[in-house]
Design a protein around this ligand. Structure first.
Ligand code: NDP
Length: 298
């Protein structure tokens, strides 16, 4: 079987084209979608993500500003900044870059972001709306995965999807989406984690695998059935002798699933390009919602 590589770039470009018109519409009303990103200390991967995000917003003629706080910043400093950004009518979306340093209470900080500006979709109000099937903001990575499935016409309804990983960022929202009774859902969903006994038994039954464990090349060809569609979310740095000193690999041993799987997303270049695109989408939605609210309240 020829295995199709599900590249993220064409999907991201397609969505950005559609978004251009909406951004122009907002600009015609004097509104430029604007994201505030907060980074506390920050590991190299977070800094790269925030830099790429700023570049993507600039390319789409949107505003973004990064607030760099010292790695020893107090919880109150972070909370005060979020309160200020919640009140600022020129800011439409707020993103708190994770992971935060250990001395900070991530939950308390994420819960402080206004649900109207929560473009990551991590606030409990937005997660609740997602579970209810009426989301305001869909978390960016799972949303990007849905868009890949849609773009490449991968059937979801009635199939068995196995998600490996139950994080609040990827695994759990992915479960809520794929199990939902809607066009891009309606799957039978199994969610696996480190407490799962006999992972292979589950992955071998999957029609769709979403690998989001953060464990390099853990899903191998001998763990999947013929014709499976695989979404590889993992981004793992493996040290090597190259100039960079490392290579990026996914959670899937891509070479070993070639010829068995019907399709697989590459790493890099699969899910990765989608995450920032969906952040743009959510920031535009936030700006449109604020505009509508301003019209209603006048
Ligand atoms: P987390 O570390 O928060 O969660 C990992 C999950 O995988 C946990 O639920 C864990 O189980 C489970 N898990 C880990 N190892 C195994 C294993 N051997 N068998 C079964 N389950 C396992 O990770 P994230 O969800 O934040 O990220 C997952 C991966 O996706 C990472 O590589 C990350 O870099 C990448 N990522 C990529 C993005 C992109 O834009 N492409 C965006 C976000 C993440 P348990 O709960 O029991 O500990």
């Amino acid at each position: 079987m020829d295995t199709l590589l599900l590249k993220g770039k064409p999907v991201a470009e397609h969505i950005r084209q559609e978004l251009t018109e909406r951004i122009q519409g907002l600009k015609a009303d004097g509104i430029t979608p604007n994201l505030a990103a907060i980074i506390v200390g920050g590991d190299p991967a977070s800094k790269v993500y925030v830099k790429n995000k700023a570049r993507a917003f600039e390319k789409m003629d949107c505003d973004s500003r990064t607030y760099h706080l010292d790695k020893n910043a107090s919880e109150n400093e972070v909370l005060d900044l979020i309160h200020e950004l919640n009140q600022n009518m020129e800011v439409h979306g707020i993103l708190v870059q994770l992971p935060l340093p250990r001395h900070l209470d991530s939950k308390k900080i994420l819960h402080t972001v206004s649900p109207q500006k929560d473009v990551d979709g991590f606030h409990p109000e937005n997660l609740g709306l997602l579970l209810e099937g009426n989301p305001k903001f869909i978390p960016c990575t799972p949303h990007g995965i849905l868009e890949i499935l849609k773009y490449y016409n991968i059937p979801v309804s009635g199939r068995h999807a196995v998600i490996v990983g139950r994080s609040n960022i990827v695994g759990k929202p992915m479960f809520a989406l794929l199990a939902q009774k809607f066009e891009m859902g309606n799957a039978t969903v199994t969610i696996c984690h480190t407490g799962t006994k006999d992972l292979d038994m589950h992955t071998k039954q999957a029609d769709i695998i979403i690998a989001a464990a953060g464990s390099p090349k853990m899903i191998r060809g001998d763990m999947v059935k013929e014709g499976v569609d695989i979404i590889d979310v993992g981004i793992n740095r493996i040290e090597n002798d190259s100039e960079k000193g490392y290579a990026l690999v996914g959670d899937v041993d891509t070479d070993s699933v070639m010829g068995i799987a019907r399709s697989v997303t590459p790493v890099p270049g699969g899910v990765g390009p989608m995450t920032i695109t969906m952040l743009l989408v959510n920031t535009v939605i936030a700006a449109e919602n604020m505009k509508e609210f301003a019209v209603i309240s006048h």
